[in-house]
Design a protein around this ligand. Structure first.
Ligand code: DC
Length: 225
C-alpha cells in the first residue's frame, strides 16, 4: 500500500519543485493544486468573468477540464498552459478566485477523487487541513519572504525576465501570503499534525532529504501491510 503526503505552505516556498522530486524518488504522483486555481483564474480572465463573480466562476468550472500529466504539463481544456499560468498577473488572480467557498468546493472535490487511490504527493494551501485531512504525512514547507523572493528573482532571470526587482517580488509575495492566510474560507494555516520545514537555509536536495526522512517510517509501515 502507498500513503498520501500533504505539502502546504506559502507561495514560492518550493512546494512544487520539492513535491516533484519526492514523487520521482518514491514513484508517487504529484498533484499541484495551485495549478488548478491558476487555470481557473486564467480561464475566467479569458472569458471576461469577473474574479469576484463566485457563481460565474463556478458555472464556468462545470464546463472546464484541467488535466496534469506526470511530467508536470498542465492542460486547460486541452491546451498546454504550463508556462502561461505562471505569469505574475495570474498568481494574484489565482489567489483572488481561491477565496470563494464554492470554487474551493468544486476543486477540492476533484482533488479528493484523484487522491482516493493513494500514492499522491499533493501540494497547496489547504491539503493537510481540508483536502487530505487523513494524509499519513503532512509537511508545512516555509521560508522567509526574502529567501523566497531571491529564488523567484533567480528563476525569472533564467527565464529571461529581468524587469522586476527583488523588493517588488518580495512585496508581491508578502501581499499574497497575507491574502491566502487571512481569507475566510480555508485560509493557509499549518495543520496541527503537520511538521514544519523551514527551507530558508536549505538546498533543494537537503529539503527533499529532510522530508524523505520524515516520511520513510510511514511508507515502510504501509509496505508491510
Ligand atoms: O501554489 P500557487 O502559488 O501556484 O497557488 C496559486 C494560488 O492558488 C494561491 O495564491 C492560493 C491558491 N491556492 C489555494 O487557495 N489552495 C490550494 N490548495 C492551492 C492554491
Amino acid at each position: 500500500m502507498k500513503i498520501n503526503i500533504a505539502i502546504d505552505g506559502p507561495s514560492a516556498a518550493g512546494k512544487s519543485t520539492i513535491s516533484e522530486l519526492l514523487a520521482q524518488r518514491l514513484n508517487y504522483v504529484h498533484l499541484d493544486t495551485g495549478a488548478m486555481y491558476r487555470c481557473t483564474a486564467m480561464k475566467a480572465l479569458q472569458c471576461g468573468i469577473a474574479l469576484d463573480d463566485e457563481q460565474g466562476v463556478v458555472d464556468m468550472l462545470a464546463d472546464t477540464e484541467i488535466r496534469m500529466t506526470p511530467d508536470g504539463t498542465v492542460f486547460l481544456d486541452g491546451q498546454d498552459v504550463t508556462a502561461a499560468i505562471r505569469r505574475d498577473e495570474i498568481s494574484m488572480a489565482a489567489s483572488d478566485v481561491s477565496k470563494h467557498k464554492e470554487v474551493r468546493r468544486v476543486l477540492v472535490e476533484r482533488q479528493q477523487k484523484l487522491a482516493a487511490e493513494k500514492g499522491y504527493i499533493m501540494d497547496g494551501r489547504d491539503i493537510g487541513t481540508v483536502v487530505l485531512k487523513d494524509a499519513e504525512v503532512k509537511i508545512y514547507l516555509t521560508a522567509s519572504s526574502y529567501a523566497r523572493a531571491l529564488r523567484r528573482l533567480k528563476q525569472n532571470r533564467e527565464n529571461g525576465i529581468s524587469d522586476v526587482d527583488l523588493e517588488t517580488i518580495q512585496k508581491e509575495i508578502e501581499a499574497r501570503d497575507y491574502q491566502d492566510m487571512h481569507r475566510e474560507n480555508s485560509p493557509l494555516t499549518k495543520a496541527e499534525d503537520a511538521v514544519e520545514v523551514d527551507s530558508s537555509d536549505l538546498t533543494i536536495e537537503e529539503t527533499v532529504e529532510r522530508i524523505m526522512a520524515l516520511a520513510m517510517p510511514f511508507i515502510a509501515a504501509e509496505e508491510t501491510v
